[in-house]
Ligand binder design. Structure first.
Ligand code: SAM
Length: 313
């Protein structure tokens, strides 16, 4: 799809470029904040699965930059730690780590940046490369949330908030139950900028309160035994059938992620991406194709046809 056509078909894609957000996902976090005021009183935040960085931009613009403008310095400034498998271009006030959030080494690195302080908020927009096999995608997504929860258990202050992306698939009730062990207040939010056709939603988990005697290291075992205790029929056990409130958020009279909007009749310029990918997977493929064969070949009628090089070796 061309850039102009995407500008027309995806209003949040277009607005993101106009407002300088690296991705349209920024609006999801902003709309969640409009509904839940998740930034109120927050000083320390962890942004898990942060690349290309639009949520980190929101955190920087909402928390860090206003503190700088107010003349705060050093330890008084908000601390924002962002992690992703992918490298990310810098963002003011955001400490970046490159790593896998499911690995213990990455979790330790995140924790080390807080120097004994706690985070007030952890956000996780993690998504695996979707395979289209829904059970598999949902499972891997669930693993990312469990990894986020393991980091939460080390860094989140009692009373703190976790916001995490979920796929509302077949086994979602089990995940809600696991979250409710740690947070008495769990709501599922569907921001208006998240397409209705997508099964993605966001759990907003408030008032972090781990069970008495809980040690963060117990988390994996605890979650594992929850699966074992209820077996494959988990959806039908009373514990697993927790009801979690669902809230559609974002200005319901505002932009609709599913609608096409006409572009302004005059003077419209389609903007380039705010931050081009830092290390896209396609770059190497293009380089290999260029090296293996000419990228274009004369078709004989004066025009050129693109030639796909076989990227052997
Ligand atoms: N919130 C981001 C933003 O606003 O720009 C978008 C996040 S994107 C939807 C999902 C991200 O999850 C990808 O950048 C991907 O690299 C990251 N991710 C997936 N699995 C991960 C893992 N195990 N550890 C760290 N990051 C992971």
């Amino acid at each position: 799809m061309g850039r102009t056509s995407k500008d027309k078909r995806d209003i949040y894609y277009r607005k993101a470029k106009e407002e300088g957000w690296r991705a349209r996902s920024a609006f999801k976090l902003l709309q969640i904040d409009d509904a839940f005021h998740i930034f109120a009183g927050v000083r320390h935040v962890v942004d898990l699965c942060a690349a290309p960085g639009s949520w980190s931009q929101v955190l920087s613009r909402r928390l860090y930059l206003p503190a700088v403008a107010a003349g705060r310095t050093g330890e008084q400034l908000p601390k924002i730690v962002a992690v992703d498998l992918q490298p990310m271009a810098p963002i003011e006030g955001v400490t970046q780590l490159q790593g896998d959030i499911t690995s213990e080494a990455t979790a330790r690195q995140v924790i080390s940046h807080f120097h004994g302080h706690h985070a007030d908020l952890v956000v996780c927009d993690g998504a695996p490369d979707v395979t289209g096999l829904h059970d598999m995608d949902e499972f891997v997504q669930g693993q990312l949330i469990l990894a986020a929860l393991a980091i939460v258990a080390h860094v989140l202050v009692p009373g703190g908030t976790l916001v995490a992306k979920v796929f509302r698939g077949r086994d979602i009730a089990l995940l809600y139950s696991q979250l409710k062990i740690f947070f008495p207040d769990v709501t599922v939010a569907k921001p208006k900028s998240s397409r209705n056709s997508s099964i993605e939603a966001f759990v907003v988990c408030r008032r972090y309160a781990p069970p008495p005697g809980f040690e963060p290291e117990q988390l994996q075992a605890l979650l594992h035994s929850a699966w074992q205790a209820y077996g494959p029929d988990t959806q039908h056990s009373p514990l697993m059938r927790q009801l979690v409130p669902f809230l559609a958020c974002g200005d319901l009279d505002g932009w609709d992620a599913e609608a096409s909007y006409d572009l302004p009749a005059e003077g419209y310029v389609s903007l380039p991406p705010v931050q081009p990918p830092t290390a896209p997977a396609y770059r190497r493929a293009i380089e290999r194709m260029k090296g293996a064969a000419p990228a274009r070949e004369d078709s004989g009628d004066g025009s050129h046809v693109a030639v796909m090089a076989t990227a052997a070796g």
